[in-house]
Design a protein around this ligand. Sequence first.
Ligand code: NAD
Length: 439
Amino acid sequence: MKVTVIGSGYVGLVTGTCLAETGYHVCCLDVDPRKIEILQQGGIPIFEPGLEDMVRRNVAAGRLSFTTDVAASVAFGDIQFIAVGTPPDEDGSADLQYVLAAARNIARHMTGYRVVVDKSTVPVGTADKVRAAMAEELAARGADIEYSVVSNPEFLKEGAAIDDFMRPDRVVIGVDDERAAEIMRRLYKPFQRNHERVLLMDVRSAELTKYAANAMLATRISFMNELANLAETMGADIEQVRLGMGSDPRIGYHFLYPGVGYGGSCFPKDVKALVQTGKEHGHTLRVLSAVEEANDIQKLRLVDKVVSRFGSDLSGRRFALWGLAFKPNTDDMREAPSRVIVDELSCRGAEVVAFDPVATHEASRVMGGNARLRFADDMMKALEGADALLIVTEWKMFRAPDFDAIKRSLKRPLIFDGRNMYDPAWLREQGFDYLAIGR
Ligand code: NAD
């Protein structure tokens, strides 16, 4: 079986590379010639642990290739994965222009049966739109060629993407015909460890499953953030509460961490898109609207604390900020809370010196226009002469820093911790003023 992956971003590149790793021959296509050039030269255009080695290994073995040539990529794979972006439209719904453009390209060039697999996160009903777009292109060519459209949403997490893909909790496949079902079952055989992980279902259910899962995770975060804010006011410690809640197996410990709000390329846009889908079909998704609103407020929680301490005019103040990426182990800056925090601090006149172990390059691309923001190439250097330290992303390297050195570098021993990384009692004993979330 040969596979083409359309879109060589976080999802497409991981999908293509992991499929090649198990022995398939894979061709990855992208419209961005810069990305393809980097890949062809043996580099990777994103940060994802373990991915660069895996790409190199599979390219060297002749199983993985990269191209910008649409016709060649359509000719290559019996299976055509669509893994392009689905950013939010103005009204919050998913913008399907890239998905449909990819589908049309397939129909324009295909000469034999193809399984077209939607890996992008797309609203219910998208497979019908993909089918219709392909039918239109084929009709324009006067061609009568069979194809199947399958939904196979991706659940990988940036930062742990390879492990998630190679050892998935489940593989959701929405398929309406037996021919494609058999091909997809076979494709994913190498990823079944000791038991069946493929969940076959109808296409619409598969499309909705992805949104449902992300919306649930976002809900847990907003729920914990609101509780954290309450705990803080009531003199309770949300970290104790979290442990007490999580020990109930119906709740579980995962995804119960309060912080500065969720970000990234998925939760914000998927929650918005699901709310919008509801609206379009006469269902008000009240819980999810509240999840979004709570998240917007939470992104400013740390700044609110800074303002309570220093006043609303922050001119002449300088803050060190640790962590720019929306979460650790990625350079992804899409919807990162750090962007809102830096904007708000600088609007109030403060300067920010930020450090992130991998996202600085990406951050300077998306935030470089901000004259009040500088980037430090060392976490301790960011602190020099700052009025306080703000922690925004919980990178491992921030877990046990040299607190004496921090104290020496800052103007005053003050830490605003948006990720609850330290023990408040111990830090206070060391002479720090320590403000965290919900405790
Ligand atoms: P991305 O922006 O990193 O990558 C998309 C790529 O598609 C880009 O490189 C772009 O140049 C390319 N592209 C756009 N149109 C194209 C076309 N017509 N032909 C070929 N290439 C084209 O996006 P991503 O983060 O990989 O996300 C892709 C999809 O997967 C989205 O729907 C997203 O919601 C979903 N998803 C993302 C994650 C994640 O963690 N990033 C996880 C699960 C699902």
